[in-house]
Design a protein around this ligand. Sequence first.
Ligand code: HEC
Ligand code: HEC
Ligand code: HEC
Ligand code: HEC
Length: 112
Amino acid sequence: MKNIKVKILMLFALTFIVSSQLLSVEDIILLPRLGHRKGQIKFNHKSHTQDFGTKCIDCHHSGENKKCSTCHLQKDQGEIMKLRDAYHQQCRSCHKKTSGPVACGKCHKIYQ
Ligand code: HEC
Ligand code: HEC
Ligand code: HEC
Ligand code: HEC
């Protein structure tokens, strides 16, 4: 009996941790500016997850919902490409296959 209560409590705790992690994601994430002089890119995380039919794993390809910079560093590390290439390649390759924008200025706006 006691054991079950503990398990239920743990389940609640886990649900709370998972949902609070989701809630803590900003709707619009300002991506770090990596090597260009245009405005910081405002990435609409909310529409990508709710309206554009893309799944978490499409972007968080390792299965961990962490910042890309946790693994992709300033410089290439073996098979892990540097951060700026990782963003650029992922954003654009998906847009080429879907209805997302591919024109430079759609993501890179001069003054946003
Ligand atoms: C279209 C791509 C895309 C999709 C789909 C997506 N994300 Fe993200 N997510 C990102 C990007 C890009 C960032 C910012 C990463 C960075 O700062 O390097 C991010 C950031 C996050 C963060 C914040 C990480 C941190 O430590 O600041 C969490 C948590 C997260 N996403 C969870 C999710 C979950 C859960 C889903 C599915 C419901 C999801 N994401 C779907 C691209 C995506
Ligand atoms: C937990 C570590 C980790 C995180 C977090 C991570 N990556 Fe990666 N990424 C890797 C590794 C390892 C590879 C090389 C092996 C592979 O292709 O899976 C890689 C490969 C890639 C590739 C090349 C894929 C291909 O098909 O050649 C792209 C693009 C990429 N990551 C973008 C991103 C973006 C954008 C984010 C954040 C939304 C991100 N990654 C988060 C570890 C990570
Ligand atoms: C897995 C697929 C996928 C990835 C990865 C992805 N997108 Fe998108 N994106 C879409 C789709 C689909 C749309 C669709 C739009 C429509 O039909 O309106 C879109 C729309 C957009 C738009 C126009 C609408 C808006 O919100 O202003 C911008 C800007 C954009 N994406 C930026 C990015 C950036 C920056 C990244 C990388 C950090 C990224 N996207 C990664 C699928 C993706
Ligand atoms: C789908 C969105 C998207 C499109 C389209 C796009 N970019 Fe980017 N670009 C990014 C993101 C995200 C980054 C990484 C974050 C940052 O530096 O702002 C980036 C980074 C860059 C960088 C700095 C890093 C590097 O690789 O040198 C340059 C320069 C750049 N983009 C130029 C361009 C040009 C030129 C075009 C058009 C041919 C273009 N971008 C189209 C999203 C996009």
